[in-house]
Ligand binder design. Structure first.
Ligand code: TYM
Length: 332
């Protein structure tokens, strides 16, 4: 690789991506390929911190891989791979866990939320999840990490771990910067707009999946919770409308002022249909590309095997230096 900056990001294969995953993260990954060296990953090892059906996980991981390609990630331009195929992530994670404090991990809000939600399975992996995430990033000496706002705390921890390791053992890791979009860094639930849109929401109307068909998308937007006002404008206290404006702006590139002007004198009903149509039209090419790609299993396999090989080669250089720095005996 040349001396362009390096981008790393990952997504869990826990079902079809939501519109939140798409707007907050994945959609920004493809344009970055022009300017940066990019490494993108389906993080199946993160997914098993919550109980998964093994057959479904395997399918979801392959689908997530194809879906990233359908969203414009080109395995010829970027390194695109599946996390469990590249052993350096787990290896570095162990080293980094010995430079991470119990107290730091206890403060992670995602751990607190998930351990409440899965109270019958508060496993050690759920607790050390952010260390594996730090390893994902640091194994490539990534400069920038494009994520939604919910991952900011994990990224701050990754920065602290990198700095601590560098102080203890001498400079090795790049301290990564978050790369969070200005609009759409937190897409909210359509049913409870004070909560993040999430695929684990029990109400299917709360969440748009990027493979939903046009009718489903429009129906979900029509049912979106708004307020008793009627003006389409971005203002404190109008969480539902603010969220719909954010989504509409993200898929049409219109500014909030333009959107307010476009719907002046019209009701929320017209606005919700317009948002639904714009989202469905925006997602339609992804859906058809995904259908095409997911039929070509041999091609996908070739891409993810090739991606894993490149990822291993790249990360191994950095991880072997980390092994040496902590005092492990060199093999070569
Ligand atoms: P995950 O799989 O939960 O989400 C993938 C990406 O989608 C973003 N996102 C959202 N953005 C805006 N609005 C929403 N409602 C919304 N929901 C999700 C997330 O911020 C994320 O960027 N721990 C990570 C995966 C990971 C990772 C990494 C990311 C593992 N290793 C290394 C970056 C670098 C996660 O669970 O994302």
């Amino acid at each position: 690789m040349d001396n362009k900056k390096l981008i790393f990001s990952g997504i869990q294969p826990t079902g079809t991506f939501t519109l939140g995953n798409y707007i907050g993260a994945v959609r920004n990954w493809s344009p970055l390929q022009q300017e940066y060296n990019c490494v993108y990953c389906v993080v199946d090892m993160h997914a098993i911190t919550v109980r998964q059906d093994p057959t479904k996980l395997r399918k979801n991981s392959l689908d997530a891989y194809a879906l990233l390609m359908a969203c414009g990630i080109d395995p010829q331009k970027s390194i695109l791979f599946i996390q469990s195929h590249v052993r350096t992530h787990a290896e570095l994670s162990w080293l980094l866990s010995c430079s991470t404090q119990f107290g730091e991990l206890s403060r992670m809000t995602q751990f607190k939320d998930k351990s409440q939600k899965h109270a019958d399975d508060v496993n050690a992996g759920l607790f050390t999840y952010p260390v594996l995430m730090a390893a994902d990033i640091l194994a490539y000496n990534a400069d920038l990490v494009p994520v939604g706002v919910d991952q900011k705390q994990h990224l701050e921890l990754a920065r602290n771990i990198a700095q601590r390791f560098n102080q203890r053992y001498g400079d090795l890791f790049t301290v990564p910067e978050p790369y969070i979009p200005k609009v759409g860094a937190k897409v909210m639930s359509l049913q409870e707009p004070s909560k993040k849109m999430s695929k684990s929401d029990e109400n299917p109307n709360a969440c748009i999946l990027i493979l939903d068909d046009k009718d489903t998308i429009i129906r979900k937007f029509k049912r979106a919770v708004t307020d008793s006002d009627s003006e389409v404008c971005f203002r404190d206290g109008k969480d539902g409308i603010n969220n719909l404006m954010t989504i509409y702006s993200s898929v049409t590139d219109k500014s909030f002022d333009d959107i307010t002007a476009e719907f002046s004198g019209k009701g929320y009903g017209d606005f919700k249909i317009a948002v639904g149509e714009a989202v469905a039209d925006h997602l339609a090419p992804i859906r058809s590309e995904f259908t095409k790609l997911s039929q070509d299993k041999a091609f996908l396999k070739q891409c993810y095997c090739d991606g894993a090989e490149k990822a291993l080669k790249y990360s191994q250089r950095i991880v072997s230096k980390a092994f040496h720095k902590v005092g492990f005996v060199d093999k070569f």
